[in-house]
Design a protein around this ligand. Structure first.
Ligand SMILES: Cc1ncc(COP(=O)(O)O)c(C=O)c1O
Length: 476
């Protein structure tokens, strides 16, 4: 493998078949030690989709570039699940980690916290929207969601939760109870999931809920969803009086870059305020400049009672937080010496030092404004592509650097085309560009590039995408 310094701004360089021989060997080795349900290997994916899907095995990553164990260089348009917003191995984050490694790597979270944790909490609260100022730290998105759910129940005394179809909040039992991404994620575990959760339709403007016509207006879609929620909450036989929390992603991420109509989140805020319900925004995907605002909810000026953040926060290490209004967080009461909610690695000093560096970089490099502007430009280009190939690309979803192409098998019914998303992903990867399918139907080609991706890298991707979309289109 080359030992050349990666700047993170290079164009792809593909030297072997994809996946290369070392990747294939490594994945075979992985299969010995890992539960077969975890990493997708060719036999299973091929049976499902017709496309060989052996993974490439990553060896190095920097900025927007990833190098695999065979020395192939890729441009990453996924930010590795929207984690590497400021880029992989950002030098300032690496420097912060190295410094912290020489001081203290592990402290005693809720018993003897580290100075790195205290410093980080100050900074996190500084970037959070006004009013969200008390945190429970976690190690994954799922654990932040679970901390928020616990907070809601201690605050309201009500066990019920309302969440949305297509919502992805993680897979721990608490988080999985509110997740309604795909049934196969839940079915084997249904007997162990909370019976207190109700799922309702998300106001998808492109595939409206409740059998509404495809050309329904955003206002009508929003109104129908809100009316339905109010009927559940207030109906005499619906059991809605037990609902104490509503959990929602301001833009659904894994569910397919689904943006609610303008005004929907404010209406949801009103619904919660009128009934004393705790509103939880899951900004684990959308947070920290991803959508062109520091947090997606700021776009509409709506604030939750608790916001969950994670992914990009740790700069590549596992760190998350549920951040709430002090009145809500106060419901936990004061610690009497033994924290009733904690974990061994809570507020881990290494993660906290790296996260402090991430927050510094986001502000110093002024990514919010840049992502908004660059995202608008990228979206306009993708919309041009959708106009040229209308029966394959139904619409471009999302905003900022959280975008998705909605791929269609039938333009009249907007029938999703998941095989097209897999094929495009596979073909882009072979030419050095990493993208992922998303969406409940798997038909969204999702783009969530690192913010510093260059115009040249985007142009290279666009050329490949154009060629491959054209090729697929000619087969329709
Ligand atoms: C919006 C959202 N919430 C929660 C999660 C779960 O996070 P984790 O996988 O870190 O538990 C994800 C993960 O993709 C997510 O996108």
């Amino acid at each position: 493998m080359s030992q050349v310094e990666l700047t993170g701004l290079e164009l792809p360089e593909i030297k072997t078949e994809i996946p290369g021989p070392k990747s294939v060997q490594s994945v075979d080795r992985l299969a010995r030690g890992e539960c077969p349900a975890i990493t997708a290997r060719r036999a299973r994916r091929k049976a499902e989709t017709g496309v060989g899907q052996d993974p490439i095995v990553w060896a190095r990553a920097r900025g927007a570039n990833v190098e695999d164990v065979d020395g192939n260089l890729y441009v990453d348009l996924t930010s590795a699940f929207a984690v590497a917003g400021i880029g992989h191995t950002h030098p300032k984050v690496v420097e912060a980690a190295q410094k912290q490694l020489g001081r203290v790597v592990h402290a005693m979270g809720d018993v003897y916290p580290s100075d790195a944790k205290i410093e980080f909490l100050d900074r996190l609260v500084d970037v959070m929207p006004e009013g969200l100022s008390q945190c429970i730290l976690g190690l994954s998105g799922a654990s932040a969601i679970e901390a928020a759910l616990k907070t809601a129940v201690v605050h309201t005394g009500k066990p019920g939760v309302l969440s949305f179809f297509g919502g992805y909040h993680g897979l721990g039992y608490g988080a999985l109870s509110v997740t309604a991404y795909r049934s196969n994620f839940r079915e084997p575990f249904l007997s162990q999931l909370s019976g207190h959760v109700r799922h309702v339709p998300y106001p998808d403007q492109y595939r409206p809920p409740f059998g509404m016509s495809l050309d329904s207006s955003p206002e009508d879609i929003s109104r129908s969803c809100i009316t339905y929620i109010e009927q559940i909450l207030d109906g005499p036989a619906s059991g809605g009086e037990s609902i104490g929390a509503i959990v929602i992603e301001p833009i659904q991420g894994r569910g397919g870059e689904v943006e609610p109509p303008k005004g929907f989140l404010s209406e949801l805020r009103r619904v919660c305020d009128e009934r004393g319900i705790v509103l939880i925004f899951d900004e684990i995907y959308t947070g920290f400049a991803r959508t062109g605002d520091m947090f997606a909810c700021e776009h509409e000026g709506v604030l939750p009672d608790i916001m969950c953040v994670g992914k990009a926060l740790g700069g590549g290490v596992a760190l998350s937080a549920a951040v709430g209004r002090p009145e809500v967080m106060a419901s936990w009461g004061t610690s009497s010496g033994e924290a009733v909610h904690t974990s061994t690695f809570l507020g881990n000093p290494l993660s906290c030092a790296m996260a402090s560096a991430v927050l510094d970089v986001l502000q110093q490099e002024q990514w919010v404004e840049q992502v908004r502007e660059r995202g608008d430009r990228l979206k306009a280009r993708l919309e041009g592509l959708a106009e040229e190939f209308p029966s394959l690309i139904g619409c471009v979803r999302g905003r900022g650097y959280m975008l998705g192409l909605d791929l269609l098998a039938d333009v009249n019914t907007r029938k999703p085309h998941p095989a097209a998303a897999i094929e495009l992903m596979d073909r882009c990867r072979r030419q050095g560009y990493l993208v992922l399918p998303s969406g409940v139907h798997g038909n969204i080609l999702a783009l969530s590039p690192p913010f510093m991706i260059t115009d040249e890298q985007l142009q290279g991707f666009f050329d490949v995408l154009y060629k491959e979309v054209k090729r697929l289109y000619s087969k329709i």
